[in-house]
Every structure is written in structure tokens, then in C-alpha cells.
Design a protein. Structure first.
Length: 192
């Protein structure tokens, strides 16, 4: 159901963008205007999707009149500008940080998720793929500064599960999380 709703919303958004054209494009002359009927259809499709009526949203987005099943006639013969590519629902979801799992409360005591905001430990924003001991302004133990670890998903999962096994002499306390909790934390960190 969520996928259908996301598809209907994306379809409605694409229709609205195709009616408006790219924001970077300038009209050739003052006679070019946005077709208000297309905008109204896009708004209606978006509202139907938001209310959970996926079939109606899809019908509106595809330009079908209610009860007819036929596409609506084009308002004018002029071609519409090519829409600017938009993010897919997956890309949008990836762009916004997820809700942290319950197990992350242990991490949040010492780590911020805001870029550049270090606490007792470094900010975890962008940690996946980062080199250990590399956050500017963060305080690291000598062991962590010299660890030379790239924080891949596997390395993060292992470190969260047992920090002292991976970085002997490090100062991070063992958070005491299960393997499943460590994976949930890594999944969250990937969204930052």
C-alpha cells in the first residue's frame, strides 16, 4: 500500500512538474503559461493519494475522466517542456535520516548526528565510508587516531558490537548491544 501511495504521489508530482516545466527554463515569450487545468489535476491526484485513494490518484494522474477510463484531451497543441528529473521515493527516503532505533540511545549519550557537532565522541554524520580518527575538532584516543580503519558497514557493526576487540586501547565503552541492535544502528547511520 505504501509503495502504491508513493507511486501515485510521485506520478502526481511528475504531472505537476510537466505542467510547470523546469524551474531553470524561461518562457520564450509572455504568451506561454502554465495550464491551470493540469495543475488542478495534479493537485487532485496528490490530495487523493494523501487520502489513501490510490486508484483515484492514479486515474487522475493518468488523465482519465471519472467513470470514462479514457485519457483527457490535451488543452493545447503546444508541446509541454521536458520536466526536470525528480528524486524517486527511494532517493527521497535515503536523503532524509531515518528514525533512530531504540538501541541508538546508548550512542546518543556521547555522539551527535549533526555535522560538525562533536560531543564526547565525534559526530556520526557521514560516518559510513569515513576514515577513523578523521573528524575535525573531535577528540580521539591515540589508539583510534592510529587505527586506520575505513568505517564500512561491516567494520561499524563489528566495532559497535565490541569496540575494544577492534581498536584495543580505544576509549569507547562497550555499549552492550546485540548483533541485531548493532545492525539496526548501522542501518540508521547509513541514513545520516
Amino acid at each position: 500500500m505504501r509503495i502504491q501511495l508513493a507511486f501515485a504521489t510521485t506520478t502526481a508530482l511528475a504531472l505537476a512538474l510537466s505542467a510547470c516545466g523546469s524551474p531553470a527554463e524561461e518562457p520564450a515569450d509572455d504568451t506561454t503559461s502554465v495550464d491551470e487545468e493540469q495543475l488542478d489535476e495534479a493537485r487532485a491526484a496528490s490530495e487523493a493519494a494523501a487520502e489513501g485513494d490510490v486508484e483515484e490518484a492514479e486515474a487522475i494522474a493518468l488523465g482519465e475522466e471519472e467513470g470514462e477510463g479514457e485519457p483527457a484531451e490535451a488543452a493545447d497543441a503546444e508541446p509541454t517542456p521536458t520536466p526536470t528529473p525528480t528524486a524517486t521515493p527511494t532517493q527521497v527516503a535515503a536523503a532524509a535520516p531515518a528514525t533512530p532505533p531504540q538501541a541508538f540511545t546508548t550512542c546518543a549519550v556521547c555522539h551527535s548526528v549533526e555535522p560538525g557537532q562533536n560531543m564526547i565522541g565525534p559526530s556520526l554524520a557521514g560516518v559510513v565510508g569515513r576514515q577513523s580518527g578523521s573528524v575535525a575538532g573531535a577528540t580521539y584516543s591515540p589508539a583510534m587516531r592510529d587505527a586506520n580503519i575505513t568505517w564500512t558497514e561491516a567494520n561499524l557493526r563489528n566495532y559497535i558490537a565490541d569496540p575494544h576487540a577492534m581498536v584495543p586501547g580505544g576509549t569507547m565503552p562497550n555499549p552492550g548491544v546485540s548483533a541485531a541492535d548493532a545492525q539496526a544502528i548501522v542501518n540508521y547511520l547509513k541514513t545520516l
